[in-house]
Design a protein around this ligand. Structure first.
Ligand code: BG6
Length: 481
C-alpha cells in the first residue's frame, strides 16, 4: 500500500471573499458575525428570513464575515506558493457556485470567476500538488433558495447539475479527487448550512423538508458522478460525512442502543446511500416515525444504485457521547452539542480532543464501506497570538497533529486503506460554526480579527515548519522502503 498523502483544505466562503466581482449573494454571505454566546455552534441550525432580509439590505450595520473570508480571492496565487513550499501533497478547495453562476440560473458562467479558479487550479497542478475539489461546501446561490426553496424543490437538482457539468468539463483533466457535497450529513443536524433551509423565526425543525432536501442532494450527487464518468474525467468521486465517534455514557444496554440509533441517522445514513447505492433498512421506520413522505422515483433508485462513490471520506474533530439519561453536562462539537466525556480535554470552544477516536473511526468507516478512505477534514481550532517578530508559537496545534497523525499511521498499519489526511483551514479562515476569525486552524496565520480589521498579511506559524518537516520525512520513509 502506498503512503498516506498529507494535505490541507479551505472552503470558498470561509476563505475567498471577493464578494463583489461578479459573484452572486449566497447563503453563507447572509450570516452576520454575532459575538459568541456559550453555545455559538447552534446559531445556524436554521437561519430566519428576517436575518436574510437584513443581509440583503445595503444599509445593514452588521458585519458579514463570509463576504471577506481571508481574502483568498486576492491572495490565492501567493497562498499556493506557500502551500508548495510547505510540501503539501494534496490541497482541498471548494468552488463557489454563486461566483460562477450568480443566481444559479445563468447559462454561461461569470468569466471573472472562471478566470480565478483557472489560475488557482493550474498553479496547483503546475506545483505538483494533487487537487481535491469540493463542488458544494454549504453555500448555494441565495436566489435559488428564495425562488425555489432550495433543495426542497427538484429544480435545484437541475441547476446544480448545470454547475457541476461546467466544472467537470472545464477542470476534469487536472482535478484528482471530486467531492460533490461537503459533510452531506450536516443537512440533518445543521439544515441551513447543509441543505439551505430557511425558516420563519417561530418555526421548528421540519423532518420532511430536511429529508426531501437530502434526497435532492443524493440525486444531484449521482447525476454528477454519471456526468463525470461520461466525460471520462481523470479524478475519482468521493462522498463525505462528519464523523463523531460515539461512545455510550454507561455500559447500560439502553445507552448502547441509543448509540446505534444515533450513529445510524446522524453519521451513516447519507454515506450508506451514497456508498452502497440504496436507502438503508432503518430509513423507512424513521420516516414513518417523523412524518417524512417525500417521493423516491424508480429513476432516482437507478441513479443511486449505478453511481456510487469511489472513495469515502469524513471530517473528524471530536468524539460524542450517547445516553438516554437526561440532564448531563453538555459541550459543543462540530455543529452539534454532546455530553461531556470526563476522559477527554476540550478546546476553548468545547470540542473534545480524542485522537484515539480518529483511529476508531477509520476502522469503522473502512469496515462499513470497504472503500479507500480519506480524512477530508481535521484540525485544532484555537486562539493564536501573532508576536511582534511575526512568529506564532502554536505548540498546542503541533501536539494535536502529532497525536492524531500517530493514530492514523497506526490505523494504516492495522490494515485500514487510508489514502490521505487533509488538515482543515490550512491557511486561517473564518469559522463556519461561529463566524469568528478568532478560532483558527491554519499553519499559516492571517492577520485579521472578528470584525474584519487587519492587514490580511500571511505569517508562517511554528506548526507550518513542523508540518513541512513531517511531510518531508514521511515521503523520505517511502523512498527508503
Ligand atoms: C466542518 C466544516 O463542519 O467543520 C468546515 O466542513 C468548518 O467548513 C469545520 O470550518 C470546523 O468548524 P468551525 O465551526 O470550527 O469552523
Amino acid at each position: 500500500m502506498s503512503r498516506v498523502l498529507w494535505g490541507g483544505a479551505t472552503s470558498a466562503s470561509q476563505y475567498e471573499g471577493g464578494f463583489t466581482d461578479g459573484k452572486g449573494l449566497d447563503t453563507q454571505d447572509c450570516r452576520p458575525y454575532l459575538p459568541r454566546t456559550s453555545n455559538a455552534t447552534t446559531q445556524t441550525r436554521l437561519l430566519t428570513q428576517a436575518l436574510i432580509d437584513e443581509a440583503k439590505d445595503p444599509n445593514s450595520k452588521q458585519f458579514y464575515p463570509f463576504r471577506v473570508g481571508t481574502k483568498g480571492y486576492e491572495y490565492g496565487l501567493q497562498d499556493v506558493a506557500l502551500l508548495k513550499e510547505l510540501g503539501l501533497d494534496v490541497y482541498r478547495l471548494s468552488i463557489s457556485w454563486s461566483r460562477l453562476f450568480p443566481t444559479g440560473e445563468e447559462v454561461e458562467p461569470n468569466p471573472k470567476g472562471v478566470a480565478y479558479y483557472d489560475a488557482i487550479l493550474h498553479k496547483l497542478h503546475d506545483a505538483g500538488i494533487k487537487i481535491f475539489v469540493t463542488m458544494n461546501h454549504y453555500a448555494i446561490p441565495l436566489a435559488i433558495v428564495e425562488k425555489y426553496r432550495g433543495w426542497t424543490n427538484r429544480k435545484t437538482i437541475d441547476l446544480y447539475v448545470h454547475f457541476a457539468e461546467f466544472v467537470l468539463g472545464k477542470w476534469g483533466d487536472i482535478v484528482d479527487y471530486w467531492l460533490p457535497f461537503n459533510e452531506i450529513n450536516a443537512g440533518y443536524f445543521s439544515p441551513y448550512n447543509g441543505v439551505s433551509l430557511v425558516k420563519p423565526a417561530d418555526a421548528g425543525y421540519d423532518y420532511d423538508d430536511v429529508f426531501k432536501s437530502l434526497h435532492g442532494q443524493f440525486v444531484a450527487n449521482a447525476k454528477t458522478v454519471q456526468i463525470g464518468r461520461k466525460l471520462g474525467v481523470k479524478g475519482t468521486f468521493g462522498a463525505m460525512v462528519s464523523c463523531f465517534c460515539y461512545y455510550p455514557l454507561t455500559p447500560s444496554p439502553e445507552d448502547n442502543l441509543e448509540l446505534v440509533k444515533d450513529e445510524e441517522i446522524n453519521q451513516w445514513y447519507c454515506m450508506d446511500i451514497l456508498s452502497k447505492g440504496y436507502y438503508p433498512y432503518y430509513a423507512q421506520p424513521f420516516f414513518d416515525q417523523h412524518d417524512v413522505t417525500f417521493e423516491i422515483t424508480d429513476e432516482d433508485k437507478r441513479l443511486l444504485r449505478d453511481y456510487t462513490c469511489d472513495f469515502v471520506s469524513f471530517s473528524y474533530y471530536s468524539s460524542s457521547i450517547c445516553t438516554v439519561q437526561e440532564n448531563q453536562s453538555q459541550t459543543a462539537g462540530n455543529l452539534v452539542v454532546t455530553t461531556k466525556n470526563p476522559y477527554l480535554k476540550a478546546s476553548e470552544w468545547g470540542w473534545q480532543i480524542d485522537p484515539v477516536g480518529m483511529r476508531t473511526t477509520l476502522h469503522k468507516v473502512y469496515d462499513r464501506y470497504n472503500k479507500p478512505v480519506i480524512i477530508s477534514e481535521n484540525g485544532f481550532g484555537a486562539r493564536d497570538t501573532l508576536e511582534a517578530d511575526g512568529a506564532v508559537h502554536d505548540q498546542y496545534r503541533i501536539d494535536y497533529f502529532k497525536a492524531h497523525f500517530d493514530e492514523i499511521l497506526k490505523a494504516k498499519e492495522e490494515g485500514v486503506d487510508v489514502r490521505a489526511y487533509i488538515a482543515w483551514g490550512i491557511i486561517d479562515i473564518v469559522s463556519a460554526g461561529s463566524c469568528e476569525m478568532a478560532k483558527r486552524y491554519g499553519v499559516v496565520y492571517v492577520d485579521a480579527d472578528n470584525e474584519g480589521q487587519g492587514s490580511y498579511k500571511r505569517y508562517k506559524k511554528d506548526s507550518y515548519y513542523w508540518y513541512r518537516d513531517f511531510i518531508k520525512n514521511e515521503a523520505a520513509k517511502e523512498e527508503l522502503s
